[in-house]
Unconditional design. Structure first.
Length: 766
């Protein structure tokens, strides 16, 4: 019956609706997944028999082009997008049918099969253009692509032009407003009026801290004092916690590897990944210059002689990626995360061949390959190989308890030397290290926090080109250096070390045309709800063009000139009239600019699931603001009440609740999240123990209990959750519902609280 009551109240109050929406297709992401993950497998195992380049079409099947696998061969379609059971390619590589076992002489590794399965589930995306296309001769033509790149907007030096003067005095102060207003006037559009006070306060609180205001903050707000409010929010430690979550998507943060231990119920842990996450939070709260932030993530160990420097935790950017036991995929992942994350360049697509769509030859890929193959990533179980980092407090009692428990596990490990168990005869020692020891050092508050870093090899390596991505077919050896697209002189990197610091400096240089533009665009997109460049991780020839190129360059130049300060950039954007507009729809304006590319109004934004969770705990009064936490479960019987950024992230067994709310899988760098509305979201809001717990906790608060009649209680709930008083109509509807349930002996107040917590008004920012 509770479920029925919730549905009734959802209808009464106009709550979130379980409407199914088709996920947004992302052709560019699909093409990138194919080039990075799928093509290397096909090249190594399939192309010798099924490709044009080898002049081999056994069984009538070609796998070097999209039309090949979709049309299939003599046995039928090789791939049916989205259908694993119906795709002969998957049947063959699984060795599930003796008539279709491919490759014929050996079986692919489990991880390789998993990649192909993921590819088919994604719809079997191919390159941006079919390899069999009539324009094939121009794909990968580096001379042609280089000429195009020389004219491409993103590879030109950042050049700030003078913001245009505009006729509206209120829009003639902030440079952002001058650029936006001038663009609007070009199509005879006017900006929208300012947002109402409550909407703007909620927008500022959530955008800057990820937490809601209380009703007092809304009541006391004055547009004339918005600067003071912004400064207050920027100094709140919640700022770093909120903004770190955005960067962690780019950095594909997780607490585990992509590999699963088949003889246990646990994934392979990265016990110290949380120190990287905390480093990101601290960096944003301290307003660390972003070019310094970039350098430390690639080369902190080469920038400091301190063995316990907190900055060493930055190396988690390199150290916590997937593919722990596959070195080539690990290096490829770091190259991709580095180039797309910092510069929005898809260099990893050149692993098997010259990039088909960008001026990035294969030699460039292997120049970067040499850098990251010159370092070693220690096994997470060898905890002594990871440096302890300063800045964490532990009580003597916590430390003593940790040391006692670790000693017990070490004793058990020593007693198990030489033993094995299970069908694969796995070492019992390895199992104990992977489970008991890893869980202890990750979760125990007394365990010394360590940096998930990488170690320099004794001698740096120069990498050969792997012809067609095959590491056994080696071609020309190339020096470690930067992309020639950005460094035509091709200066070689240091011979004394891996070259990571040289690479970091090249990326973070003021005159790099990409880095500042890319970061500014990421920040703009998070605050404004849409980007100036709609492909935030692809600024190349296949990416989108900026809607406001002059504004983007002005922001990038100003960002560089003022010390690469994130907080200053955020403050400038949120203080603009552009940001402070109402999100109210205007039909005439929408007829001219349906997507709001010109920013004639604010974009209505849905809270992320992390913000929804944190806001729920906050308005209920249950949020634990403990900082720099170790990873804890977000749901289940023992869920944490700390902020969601401190939640445990399992890369292999991805949290289904997070996925239902569009949190991306941390298997590769992600530039922006999709936004879909699916039934699972509403079902979670109505039926999850977490939401039910919070609703019950809210009606146990003293303020609710002390309001000992129906109307004051309704007012209390609306003010706590929505930061406003209820309208007379809302008071009447809720009052009738409560009275009706009381007559039949049902407790309606928790349902009222839960319905407010799942309302559109709560989870959307206007």
């Amino acid at each position: 019956m509770d479920f029925e009551f919730r549905v009734i109240l959802v209808i009464l109050l106009g709550m979130v609706s379980p409407v199914m929406a088709t996920p947004n297709g992302d052709a560019q992401a699909g093409a990138a997944f194919f080039e990075r993950r799928v093509r290397p497998i096909l090249v190594e195992h399939c192309y010798s028999c099924h490709s044009e380049v080898e002049d081999s079409r056994k069984g009538g099947l070609l796998l070097d082009r999209e039309s090949g696998w979709l049309d299939g061969g003599d046995s039928g379609k090789a791939v049916i997008p989205g259908n694993l059971a119906g795709s002969l390619l998957i049947t063959a590589v699984r060795y599930g049918d003796e008539d279709y076992e491919m490759p014929p002489k050996y079986q692919l590794e489990t991880q390789e099969v998993a990649v192909l399965e993921e590819w088919v589930k994604r719809g079997a995306p191919g390159p941006a253009e079919d390899m069999g296309d009539t324009e094939f001769s121009q794909l990968g033509d580096q001379e042609l692509l280089s000429r195009e790149a020389r004219e491409h907007w993103a590879f030109q030096p950042v050049a700030a032009s003078e913001p245009p003067r505009v006729s509206d005095g209120r829009w003639n102060g902030n440079a952002i407003d001058r650029f936006v207003y001038a663009k609007l006037k070009e199509v005879d559009l006017a900006p929208s009026s300012r947002a109402e006070e409550r909407d703007l306060v909620r927008r500022l609180y959530f955008d800057l801290t990820g937490l809601p205001p209380d009703v007092t903050a809304v009541r006391d707000f004055d547009h004339a004092e918005v600067g003071s409010l912004v400064d207050k929010l920027l100094e709140d430690t919640a700022f770093g916690e909120k903004w770190a979550r955005h960067w962690l998507d780019v950095a594909r943060y997780a607490d585990t590897d992509l590999t699963y231990r088949f003889d246990t119920e646990s994934p392979k842990y990265f016990p110290f990944a949380f120190t990287y996450r905390n480093y990101v939070i601290d960096s944003f709260n301290l307003d660390k210059p972003i070019h310094q932030f970039i350098r430390e993530q690639l080369a902190a160990d080469l920038m400091t002689e301190r063995k316990d420097a907190p900055e060493l935790a930055a190396l988690g950017f390199i150290g916590i990626g997937p593919h722990l036991n596959n070195r080539e995929d690990y290096i490829d992942d770091v190259i991709d995360t580095t180039t797309r994350g910092f510069m929005a360049v898809t260099a990893a697509c050149a692993r098997c061949h010259d990039h088909k769509y960008e001026a990035i030859p294969t030699e460039d890929y292997y120049s970067l390959h040499g850098i990251f193959s010159s370092v070693t990533r220690p096994q997470p179980t060898r905890i002594e190989e990871f440096p302890v980092i300063a800045g964490y407090e532990r009580t003597p009692e916590q430390l003593a308890d940790y040391q006692l428990k670790l000693a017990e596990i070490k004793k058990e490990i020593k007693a198990s030397e030489g033993k094995s168990e299970g069908p694969n005869k796995r070492s019992v020692v390895q199992k104990l290290e992977d489970t008991k020891q890893a869980e202890l050092v990750m979760n125990h508050e007394g365990a010394p926090p360590r940096a998930t870093w990488v170690k320099e090899n004794r001698e740096p390596k120069e990498s050969p080109v792997y012809i067609r991505g095959d590491r056994t077919n080696r071609g020309k050896v190339v020096p470690r250096r930067f992309l020639r697209l950005l460094d035509p002189e091709q200066e070689t990197f240091s011979r004394e070390n891996s070259g990571r610091l040289d690479l970091a400096n090249a990326i973070a240089r003021d005159d790099n045309p990409l880095t500042a533009r890319v970061f500014v665009n990421r920040v703009w997109g998070q605050l404004m709800g849409s980007y100036l460049v709609d492909t935030p991780s692809d600024f190349g020839l296949q990416g989108s063009r900026p809607t406001h190129p002059a504004l983007l360059d002005w922001l990038a130049a100003d960002f560089i000139e003022n010390g690469w300060s994130l907080k200053r950039l955020v403050r400038m954007i949120v203080m603009s009239e552009t940001y402070r507009q109402s999100s109210r729809h205007r039909a005439k304006a929408a007829a001219i600019d349906v997507e709001n590319d010109l920013f004639w109004r604010a974009n209505r934004k849905r809270l992320t699931v992390e913000a929804m969770r944190d806001a729920t705990l906050a308005v209920v009064g249950e949020l634990d603001r403990t900082e720099r936490s170790r990873p804890r479960p977000l749901w289940g019987e023992d869920y944490t009440k700390r902020r969601a950024v401190y939640g445990f992230v399992d890369r292999f067994n991805i949290d289904p609740t997070l996925r239902a709310f569009d949190v991306p899988a941390p298997t590769q760098t992600v530039g922006s999240r999709t936004e879909n509305t699916v039934p699972q979201q509403a079902l979670f809001a109505m039926n999850s123990p977490f939401m039910i717990d919070q609703a019950r906790a809210l009606v146990r608060q003293e303020g609710f209990i002390g309001a000992n009649s129906r109307v004051p209680r309704i007012e209390y709930l609306f003010e706590r959750v929505l930061q406003r008083a209820p309208s007379p109509e809302e008071t009447e509807r809720v009052g009738k519902f409560v009275a009706a349930q009381a007559r039949v002996g049902n407790q309606a107040w928790p349902l009222v609280a839960q319905s407010l917590l799942m309302s559109n008004e709560f989870i959307y920012l206007d």
